[in-house]
Write a protein that binds this ligand. Structure first.
Ligand SMILES: Cc1cc2nc3c(=O)[nH]c(=O)nc-3n(C[C@H](O)[C@H](O)[C@H](O)COP(=O)(O)O)c2cc1C
Length: 192
């Protein structure tokens, strides 16, 4: 069982990074191996929109279209059972770093449902307003990409100190995500 944390904050030692660490510690308590991708360390050119209006969009083409730097990142994503996404709220939505990755992940679901049945979770950090819109946006996209969400599949923290309750939710999220992935045992859900 492999759990991958995807850190969408451009800041070093960010709050969302810490939330993700707590969730990964939870996952390890359930026996999973864990890894962390820090998106700020990758060159991710923006999606070129090949898919729009019945165009082609698949892994090979996407890597061919300005995506060489994405190869390792996609390998990590595809070899993981659980994907936990962490982001600060930027203007009521996810950070540009994470949104950019989500756009490019279109090639993992459009022609072939390569993410089907993986388990997801969302962690987010904010100061004033916008956690629920951010989480909703991510839920919509990731569910459409075939991810399966456990109960209590998200958490959010306000401000620069992590509340005890939020830490509890983050750890529980990591644990539950692993337990759901174990129950699903690689089951596929796309029926066409
Ligand atoms: C470009 C930008 C936009 C932001 N927009 C919002 C926002 O809409 N709502 C909010 O509550 N905080 C907003 N913030 C504040 C961050 O969400 C907040 O500082 C967060 O805790 C940082 O998380 P991190 O430590 O994981 O990077 C914004 C910050 C930046 C840099």
């Amino acid at each position: 069982m492999k759990v991958l944390g995807i850190d969408g904050s451009p800041r070093v030692n960010s709050i969302s990074h810490r939330l993700l660490e707590i969730a990964l510690e939870g996952a390890e308590k359930e026996g999973a191996s864990t890894g962390m991708l820090r998106l700020r360390e990758y060159e991710i050119p923006p999606c070129e929109g090949c898919v729009s209006y019945y165009g082609r969009c698949n892994l090979q083409e996407c890597i061919g279209h300005n995506g060489e730097g994405l190869k390792d990142l996609f390998d990590e994503i595809l070899s993981s059972d659980v994907l936990l996404f962490a982001t600060p709220v930027y203007w009521f939505g996810p950070s540009g770093l994470l949104k950019n990755l989500i756009d490019r992940m279109t090639c993992l679901e459009h022609e072939e449902k390569l993410l089907d049945g993986k388990v997801g979770g969302i962690l987010c950090s904010y100061e004033e307003e916008g956690a629920s819109t951010t989480i909703s946006q991510l839920f919509l996209a990731l569910s459409d990409m075939g991810l399966h969400f456990p109960p209590y599949a998200y958490t959010y923290n306000r401000g620069d100190k992590i509340e005890q309750d939020t830490a509890f939710y983050a750890e529980q999220l990591g644990r539950n995500a692993v337990m759901v992935a174990q129950c699903l045992d690689g089951k596929r859900w796309w029926r066409r």
